[in-house]
Ligand binder design. Structure first.
Ligand code: PEP
Length: 253
């Protein structure tokens, strides 16, 4: 059995006002108060970060941002820096989500700077990677993952690799209700780990690889039991406290 602690992180995307976020956390905390052997994260929109840090303080729930700029400061309208997040006591940040790549022009080149910047600031980066449906059909899944991981981790020192979380999220499974089969999820997550092992075997054994893509209470246990799946990045099912708590429970020891 792996010694890696599973992480279940809920990516709320552009959902929930502060009032709605407060309602969510009041609903979630009683369910996860005694959660053991699993790390729990929520990724609220930037406006609700401070409120969620305050409301989750002292609980098992960590708060992650959904994006971060690589520069320390400057003329980058609409962006937030690592220091702005750590000032709020945020514990991590999602980087390179496929929606940011597809809709907002996030590049591997920028991610190569964002990932080490997050680590340097003390934030746990969750680097998202994954193939589109056409890429899978063409047999290009491994090529895409190799490219995204080599680029995203290029400037991370070998001794910090294990501090990065990688979320394998097949784009065709995000928000579509389609889930990768256990075989597809295991194969891709094992491939991600093998890529990291080319840099450091030790880091590859310690690094957490999450699966993301229509994870729900009814499919979570099967996916989370896979040997190379160390948790989930959950979108839609993380918006409701009961369904998110059920996924956390499925990951528990
Ligand atoms: C996501 O956005 O990272 C995600 C996995 O979404 P969903 O669970 O809704 O497919």
């Amino acid at each position: 059995m792996s010694s890696r602690t599973p992480l279940i992180a809920g990516n709320w995307k552009m959902n929930k006002t502060i009032a709605e976020a407060e309602e969510f956390i009041s609903g979630l905390l009683p369910h996860v108060f005694a959660a053991d052997g699993v790390d729990i994260g929520i990724c609220p929109p930037v406006t609700a970060l401070q409120a969620m840090v305050d409301s989750a303080r002292g609980s098992a729930v960590r708060v992650y941002a959904q994006n971060m700029h690589q520069a320390d400061s400057g003329a980058f309208t609409g962006e937030v820096s690592a220091a702005m997040l750590t000032e709020l006591e945020i514990q991590g940040v999602v980087l390179g989500h496929s929606e940011r790549r597809e809709l907002f022009g996030e590049t591997d080149k920028a991610l190569a700077l964002k990932v080490p910047k997050a680590l340097e600031a003390g934030l746990e980066p969750i680097l998202c990677v994954g193939e589109a449906e056409e890429e899978r059909e063409r047999g290009d899944t491994e090529r895409k993952l190799r490219h995204q991981i080599q680029e995203g981790l290029a400037k991370v020192a070998d001794d910090r690799l294990a501090d990065v979380v990688i979320a394998y999220e097949p784009i065709w499974a995000i928000g579509t209700g389609l889930t990768a089969t256990p075989e597809q999820a295991q194969e891709a997550c094992a491939f991600v780990r093998a890529l990291v092992a080319q840099r450091s075997d030790d880091a590859a054994q310690r690094l957490r690889v999450l699966y993301g893509g229509s994870m729900k209470p009814d499919n979570a246990a099967e996916l989370l039991a896979l040997p190379d799946v160390d948790g989930g990045l959950v979108g839609g099912a993380s918006l409701d406290p009961a369904s998110f708590a059920a996924i956390v429970e499925a990951a528990g020891a």
